[in-house]
Design a protein around this ligand. Sequence first.
Ligand SMILES: Cc1cc2nc3c(=O)[nH]c(=O)nc-3n(C[C@H](O)[C@H](O)[C@H](O)COP(=O)(O)O)c2cc1C
Length: 327
Amino acid sequence: MTCLPKNEHGCPYLLLAPMEGVGDRCFRRAMASVGGFDEAVTDFLRVSANPHIQSLARMYDFQETLPIPLAAQLMGSNEEHMANMAREIEKRGAPRIDLNCGCPSNTVTGHGAGSSLLKDPKMVYRVAKAMVQAVSIPVTIKMRSGYADTSLFKENLLAAQESGVQYITLHPRTKIEGYGPAARWELIAEAKSILRIPVVGNGDILSVQDALNMIQLTGCDALMIGRGSVINPFLFQEIKAHFAGKVYRSSWDVLLKYLETYISYMPVDVGERQKINKLKQLMGFLFKRNIALLEHRQIMLRAAHTDMNSFLDFAMPFLRSFSLSEE
Ligand SMILES: Cc1cc2nc3c(=O)[nH]c(=O)nc-3n(C[C@H](O)[C@H](O)[C@H](O)COP(=O)(O)O)c2cc1C
């Protein structure tokens, strides 16, 4: 059975991307309240040189996005620790475990993990293989197109496939490119021509049309969307509706539920000011969506409210126009 079953009307399987710092627990829960995607994955759990496996594993909760399945992403380079961690996460009910071969952060790559694994295809193979052998659930890899350049692109893809992972998600930028230049979708098409296993296309999908273009240009098997879903939490629903020959109409009620869910699942151990800043970060993305809101973005971000209710009284009237706005 494939891990990436197509939806009705030929709509590809849709995945919510991991986004450390932005796409955290409260974001994933809020997104689940809107729905439209078929699977989510946690932002990376860092398996350090000396990990406390059990307490790290407790950060994963398979129930978070139910009924939508939630996979766990692990980042690390020590085969034994990664295998142990994968086992522990499997015990906690994960449907799938993903190996991070993409994080560009120097604090991460300095320890040989994340995108650093791409410097040596043998490392990609070893770490992934150790995880595949440790568990009975699917293991997958999410990777960039390379570290400094794409010279090892093919070798890394083949090493990943050889390790026994079920599929690869490709974010076609190198570590050095960060998030700057446009994602090179032609590399997703190239990966499709090289590999037997499925390829999930990722990078720069901001609209239904982008999703259709990526499928057409790359032939990818499924789509993963990150920032596009923070800017427009209805994007997955819009894509599904498009395949069903319909148009998804966003509503104020759904947006309100999304924001309420986001706020209600904020970490309990952070102060009011931090919570407001967190909400501002989310709204900063929402306000990018149309010209009418963009005008007010800076005013909203600079608002000096110190309690959540007064900030909401101030910001919510702006957002009403969001749910009514056109793309
Ligand atoms: C703030 C932020 C945090 C991210 N954290 C992760 C992460 O934890 N694991 C990962 O594999 N990719 C991470 N990514 C990369 C995204 O999953 C995705 O590959 C990238 O943003 C391109 O897709 P998009 O254009 O749809 O956002 C992160 C991206 C952003 C913007």
